[in-house]
Design a protein around this ligand. Structure first.
Ligand code: PLP
Length: 379
């Protein structure tokens, strides 16, 4: 099946007892068993829940994967995957990761003896410099949050074929509509489902998908053992959100491109980051591995101060100041004091997250209203 058909149908069957077209919210913690050891495939909802199963199958299908697992948040999904590793193992990750991923790596897993190297992944030599026999995972976020750097998934996966390292892609910013990393050679895809997949800013959830049976069985073992699962109501909301993912992403991409083109010529803007523009250093790779360039746009101001950024943000009326991204409504954020505040200032500035950096999650509203809002805010 093609993407839109899968988004609407994959994993979803009419309910056998009633014919209900929409997957019911199986709000139950446990399941009656006919006799000891005889059940209908469900025993306890930490382990399995039918609403969650439908969503796990749906997300796996969208990423061209065989196995899917959903969690209580994106970070819970990352936490599960990292627990596959052992003390002494090493991980190589982008140096401009989402701040929460960086915090989980550095402040939780580092103390259990896992070593992290944060490098510029747009330079193959930077990975080669730290790659060694202890490297068990390479963590790629592309486009990165919030600098929108593009990492060449195929090139990195090919280069690592001979090593024991598992290639993981955080596909949150792209979504499977725009990019399917498993097809580019990655082993696992991770999502903050909270963002575009949910799409309506009403759910916090994470997901992992893979084609590797061994990795999948470890994921399911840890999902059940650690128990960071999501509830059935949230699974229902995401199943509903995913049905329009392709339509929403088309409009997010269209609107973001128009916003980027408007900002490109604005006298108050210093640097503009949008992978859809030919001037973006990752544009050619983005064109190769993505169907569109997603809805995120970042920029800095000529007056590079926290105050200048905050004054601009305060004037916005349609763009709402908030954490998160990927919902139908446009949001505006200040990474240095919000999403990336947990990254030390020196490291943060080095990766481009300077004091005036502003990040836009361009929604699916009328483009004229979005541009007019930015125009008056930047005056
Ligand atoms: C790229 C990326 N990965 C992971 C996460 C973490 O996901 P969650 O907030 O659902 O735990 C986020 C959250 O903003 C993100 O932007």
């Amino acid at each position: 099946m093609k993407f839109a058909t899968k988004a609407i149908h994959a994993g979803v069957e009419p309910d056998p007892s009633t014919g209900a077209i929409m997957t019911p919210i199986f709000q139950t913690s446990t399941y009656a068993q006919e006799e000891v050891g005889k059940n209908k495939g469900y025993e306890y909802s930490r382990t399995q829940n039918p609403t969650r199963t439908a969503l796990e199958k749906n997300l796996a299908a969208l990423e061209n994967a065989k196995f899917g697992a959903c969690f209580g948040s994106g970070l819970a999904a990352i936490d599960c995957l990292l627990k596959i590793l052992n003390p002494g193992d090493e991980v190589i990750a982008n140096n401009d990761l989402y701040g929460g991923t960086y915090r989980l790596f550095n402040s939780v897993f580092a103390k259990y003896g896992i070593k992290f190297h944060f490098v510029r992944m747009d330079q193959a030599s930077a990975i080669e410099a730290v790659l060694n026999s202890k490297t068990k995972m390479v963590w790629i976020e592309t486009p990165t949050n919030p600098m929108l750097n593009i990492i060449d998934v195929q090139a990195i996966s090919d280069a690592l074929k001979a090593s024991a390292a598992m290639v993981v892609v955080d596909n949150t910013f792209s979504t499977p509509y725009l990019q399917t990393p498993l097809d580019l050679g990655a082993d696992v895809v991770m999502h903050s489902v909270t963002k575009y997949l949910g799409g309506h800013s009403d759910v916090v959830m994470g997901a992992l998908v893979t084609n590797d049976e061994k990795i999948a069985s470890e994921i399911y073992r840890i999902q059940n053992s650690s128990g960071a699962v999501c509830g059935p109501q949230d699974c229902f909301l995401v199943l509903r959100g995913v049905k329009t993912l392709h339509l929403r992403m088309q409009r997010h991409c269209e609107n973001a491109m128009k916003v980027a083109k408007y900002l490109r010529n604005h006298s108050a803007i210093d640097k503009l980051y949008y992978p859809g523009l030919a001037s973006h250093p990752g544009h050619e790779i983005a064109k190769k591995q993505m169907l569109g360039f997603s809805g995120m746009v970042s920029f800095t101001l000529k007056s590079d101060t926290v105050k200048a950024a905050q004054d601009t943000i305060a004037k916005c009326r349609v763009f709402t100041l908030a954490e998160s991204l990927g919902g139908v409504e446009s949001l505006i954020g200040h990474p240095a004091t919000m999403t990336h505040a947990s990254i030390p200032q020196k490291l943060r500035r080095k990766s481009g997250v300077v004091d005036s950096l502003i990040r836009l999650s361009v929604g699916v509203e009328d483009i004229e209203d979005l541009i007019a809002d930015l125009e008056q805010a930047l005056e």
